[in-house]
Design a protein around this ligand. Structure first.
Ligand code: ATP
Ligand code: ZN
Length: 294
């Protein structure tokens, strides 16, 4: 039987689609269907374990899965609420599913800032992270643990404020709530345990990490091409974001202009293009880079 690396992923939800998309961009071929717990990757020795996100840190810690993709918020919460220390740590940050764990209250509430929290009740599904925040800041508030629908707690009178995940703030606003403090910033992370991995699995993991790294880098990296006045090469090179050695190519039958091409490792904004144009650059093209390996 071949040794296969197992990755725990959220089966369905706000983390799932981006996790699947990342693995597909890394060249993994698989299909998620039905209620199966395991999906086989067809072209690599990898299996996907499809579960609820809350279970991912402990599955990685107890060896049910070798690695996992989970929100940092869930990782930290599970680490703080487990009786035994969870053996799960971040290998790399993945940049998607960004959100914040915030304290929020109704515009009509007396709780307006962290100073007014003493003696009040805060509803949350994150008792671990909230408890740590209250303790570290010596705030004497009571945490009211809920399993969901936290944003309704103030209106039904079971809490004075809430501690909940926020991304755009639209859900808060729809419930007449406003965030007044961020206590944790989160994004999706790749996690493993500190256990020594079987050497074959380690090779598969190293390859996967390299590919993820390439996918993350290439999503920001652009290839830029333009025609530029010869006497402006230095000035143009200086403003190309994250690039220091552009390729310079002569243009047939033109002594004043050259073609310049460069890989920019940072985002190329409209402002940069306008500056390039101001320096005399013409026919500026910005192209996406699909794959990268350095
Ligand atoms: P499960 O059924 O797996 O337990 P869930 O209901 O706990 O799912 P989701 O709402 O799918 O979880 O959110 C999963 C993760 O996605 C969150 O823990 C967080 O890291 C991230 N997340 C939450 N809200 C947002 C959002 N609005 N935008 C982007 N990412 C988010
Ligand atoms: Zn969950």
């Amino acid at each position: 039987m071949t040794t296969r690396l197992r990755i725990a992923l959220q089966k369905k939800g706000r983390l799932a689609d981006d996790s699947f998309a990342l693995l597909k961009k890394c060249g993994l071929r698989f299909a998620i269907r039905g209620s199966g717990l395991l999906a086989r990757v067809k072209n690599m020795p990898i299996d996907l374990l499809l579960v609820r996100d809350d279970d991912i840190p402990s599955f990685v810690a107890n060896g049910a899965s070798d690695i996992g993709i989970v929100g940092e918020n869930v990782l930290v919460e599970e680490q703080l609420t487990h009786t035994n220390k969870l053996d799960a740590e971040i290998i790399m940050r993945l940049g998607f599913s960004r959100c914040k764990l915030c304290l929020a209250s109704s515009e009509k509430s007396n709780v307006k800032d962290t100073q007014s929290l003493d003696g009040t009740r805060i509803a949350t599904t994150y008792p671990g992270v909230l408890g740590r925040y209250l303790k570290d800041n010596n705030i004497k508030a009571k945490s009211v643990e809920m399993k969901g629908a936290v944003e309704l707690a103030p209106s039904i009178g079971i809490a004075d404020s809430i501690c909940d995940l926020v991304s755009s703030g639209a859900t808060l606003e729809a419930n007449g709530l406003k965030a007044f403090k961020t206590i944790l910033e989160s994004e999706a992370v790749l996690i493993n345990s500190t256990r020594t991995l079987d050497p074959i699995k380690k090779d598969i993991l190293d390859k996967l990490i390299n590919r993820i790294d390439g996918v993350l880098k290439s999503s920001e990296t652009k290839y830029i091409m333009m025609n530029a006045p010869k006497n402006k090469i230095d000035a143009i090179t200086a403003i190309l974001p994250g690039s220091d050695a552009p390729t310079i190519i002569p243009l047939a039958g033109n002594d004043e202009l050259v073609a310049m091409q460069a890989v920019c490792t940072e985002n190329v904004f409209w402002e940069t293009l306008e500056e390039l144009k101001g320096l005399g650059a013409r026919a500026i093209l910005v192209l996406p880079i699909e794959k990268m390996m350095s």
